[in-house]
Design a protein around this ligand. Structure first.
Ligand code: F0G
Length: 374
């Protein structure tokens, strides 16, 4: 028997730091829409590493950092927004969290809903979810609904279901999600002592680029930083509605997390790009897979394909002569942050497909030595 309980107050809030100091709501409470009345649902998300990369720095002749969001509790940046969205949903009396997802949102929603002791329903495009993410939603106890349709169809249905009583939509169309996700920008500013000059990230439903831009603007307004970065987003070429300025009926890319043809935050993303004097560009699936491998083998950072879109785009801009889409003209002391959004273990199938068959060797010293020498 699992005992029934309702979340009232977190006793651990009375514990001394650092124990009570974890999680984005505790760390950035003053900048988030929470009050004493909000029951805080947290898994100690956020405070992810900002890793300096000497090799990427050399390529761009600038200082380059990787914001490794795959180290959040469910393995993606979604946890930042989900702690706020689920806490606020609970405060408003919701008993069910619902979302459409390409995988990571569903994993985060399922985990935070489990922690909050509420039901979670996730609508996923059937057959299009990376196995690690599906396993997460299942094990965290969500109602997993495989939809004959794509992400855009799922989000349309979720919008309709969200108007029912007691149901909270926890997609990034919920402003609480954006509020939580903006904290990644805060962390970067605090760590670097100022905002970077350029910020590179993958774009799918476009919530994250919207959230980072909000975070950077807020810290500038509060005089925590002195400048704003140019926001540079990358879409997969087969799922690039913002770049091509048209919806994609059948978006296709190996980076299943960003296989989206009609992003919900399209307008906001364009505003972020325009206001920041940034850009939106595309990369191929081949570039994404090559960047994923490069990052693992040269930096020891394993990310899922959608996250590698940042790095693929970074390389494209290092090599490009197009004056509007290149790092060649940036000043040498420029600081570039590349967000890598999700952990590589989320999508093992992409890697397994590239692996050679493992042939067992005999358990003798000579055979093993020969195998090591290749
Ligand atoms: N990277 C990863 C790993 C993602 O899971 C997503 C989005 C993005 C990048 C793009 O972020 O949508 O804010 O522009 N995943 C959503 C999901 C759509 O359902 O998990 P965005």
């Amino acid at each position: 028997m699992v005992p029934e309980f309702t979340v009232t107050r977190n006793r651990w809030e009375e514990l001394p730091p650092p124990l009570h100091d974890r999680g984005v709501i505790n760390r950035f409470r003053q900048y988030l829409p929470v009050s004493e009345a909000t029951p805080i649902i947290s898994l100690n998300e956020g405070s992810t590493p900002l890793i300096h990369s000497p090799r990427l720095s050399e390529r761009a002749e600038a200082e380059v950092f990787i914001k490794y969001e795959g180290l959040n509790p469910t393995g993606s940046f979604k946890d930042r927004g989900m702690t706020v969205a689920v806490s606020k949903a609970l405060e408003r009396g919701a008993r069910t969290a619902i979302c459409a997802s390409t995988g990571n949102t569903s994993a985060a929603a399922a985990a935070y809903a489990a922690r909050a002791n509420i039901l979670c329903a996730v609508l996923l495009p059937a057959g299009k979810i990376a196995s690690g993410k599906l396993v997460q939603a299942y094990l965290y106890g969500a109602r997993v609904i495989a939809l004959r349709g794509n992400f855009d169809d799922a989000l349309r249905l979720v919008r309709e279901l969200g108007s029912l009583d007691g149901i909270a939509i926890v997609n990034s169309i919920n402003p609480d999600r954006i509020e939580g996700q903006k904290t990644a920008a805060f962390e970067i500013v605090e760590e670097l002592g100022d905002a970077p000059d350029l910020h590179v990230l993958p774009v799918g439903n476009a919530g994250n680029i919207t959230a980072y831009w909000a975070g950077y603007r807020e810290y500038l307004a509060r005089e925590r930083s002195t400048k704003l970065p140019a926001m540079i987003g990358f879409q997969a070429i087969g799922a690039a509605p913002i770049f091509y300025d048209r919806t994609f009926e059948k978006p296709e890319t190996i980076a299943s997390a960003i296989r989206i043809g009609n992003p919900a935050s399209w307008k906001e993303a364009l505003a972020a790009i325009f206001e920041s004097q940034g850009s939106i560009d595309v990369i191929t699936d081949e570039d994404i897979l090559a960047a994923q491998k490069w990052l693992a083998q040269h930096e020891g950072v394993f990310v899922e394909p959608a996250s590698a879109a940042s790095i693929a785009g970074f390389f494209k801009w290092c090599e490009s002569d197009d004056p509007a889409r290149s790092f060649q003209k940036i000043p040498e002391a420029s600081r570039i942050v590349c967000t890598v959004t999700g952990h590589g273990l989320k999508d093992p199938d992409v890697i397994i497909a590239q692996m050679k068959e493992l042939k067992p060797v005999a358990a003798t010293l000579s055979d093993v030595r020969r195998a090591i020498e290749g």
